[in-house]
Design a protein around this ligand. Structure first.
Ligand SMILES: [Zn+2]
Ligand SMILES: [Zn+2]
Length: 219
């Protein structure tokens, strides 16, 4: 499987293009805003993008969805608990001083455990709320690859002061859904440098913060 990371837009969102070299089928995860470099690569290399996966509906992760959808005709998948954020893109645009992006319909609602096929590979949907109420991460076991987006960063964790954020829920997501993955798992955060589960297990200071299991991951 090929995997390319593009740092896109005002807030340098890490967008992922993953593709099966044999079938040429691909997925885009979080198209960021201003996705032109991603669009150029898809067109130049002839990827058949089947689905656009949204980890969560913050504007810096979804502003480019319409452009990628128009070029590829791909389905668009998101967790339903982020629908209010998606429908409130006007407000988000006003907060960050960006124009309101075009909003395309969501064609697939994701739940924890859902599989997303990409040629011979598949990603598993992990429900990981706390930074946003409907945040999901995507894990490909055969490639030891985790798209953690704004849940887990190199040396950091997601902020929880935005609407719908909750610190205990974020820590519960991280400890029960991400830190249970193998140390060798490569991690693509939503911004900044890539890391591994093992590196974060040994050096991320935020992982020692206290939290209580509250069963908030049932969706
Ligand atoms: Zn975010
Ligand atoms: Zn972000």
């Amino acid at each position: 499987m090929i995997h390319r990371v593009f740092s896109l837009g005002l807030l340098a969102c890490n967008a992922s293009l993953v593709g099966d070299e044999h079938s040429r089928e691909a997925l885009v995860i979080d198209p960021g805003d201003d996705p032109q470099p991603l669009l150029d690569t898809i067109a130049r290399e002839g990827w058949k993008v089947r689905e656009i996966l949204i980890t969560h509906a913050h504007i810096d992760h979804v502003a480019g969805v319409a452009d990628v959808q128009r070029l590829t005709g791909a389905a668009v998948a998101m967790h339903p608990l982020d629908q209010p954020l998606y429908e409130g893109l006007e407000d988000q645009a006003a907060w960050v001083g960006m124009p309101t992006p075009e909003r395309v319909p969501i064609t697939r609602w994701l739940a924890h455990g859902d599989l997303i096929q990409c040629g011979a590979h598949h990603f598993t949907t992990l429900f990981t709320p706390g930074h946003a109420p409907g945040h999901v991460s995507f894990y490909c076991a055969s490639e030891s690859l985790l798209i953690s987006a704004d849940v887990l960063f190199r040396g950091g964790i997601g902020r929880t002061d935005l609407p719908g954020g909750d610190a205990n829920t974020l820590l519960e997501s991280i400890h029960t859904r991400l830190m249970t993955l193998p140390d060798a798992t490569r991690v693509v955060p939503g911004h900044g440098e890539l890391t591994t589960i093992g590196e974060e297990r040994h050096s991320n200071p935020y992982l020692s913060l206290a939290w209580k299991p509250q069963g908030s991951l049932r969706n």
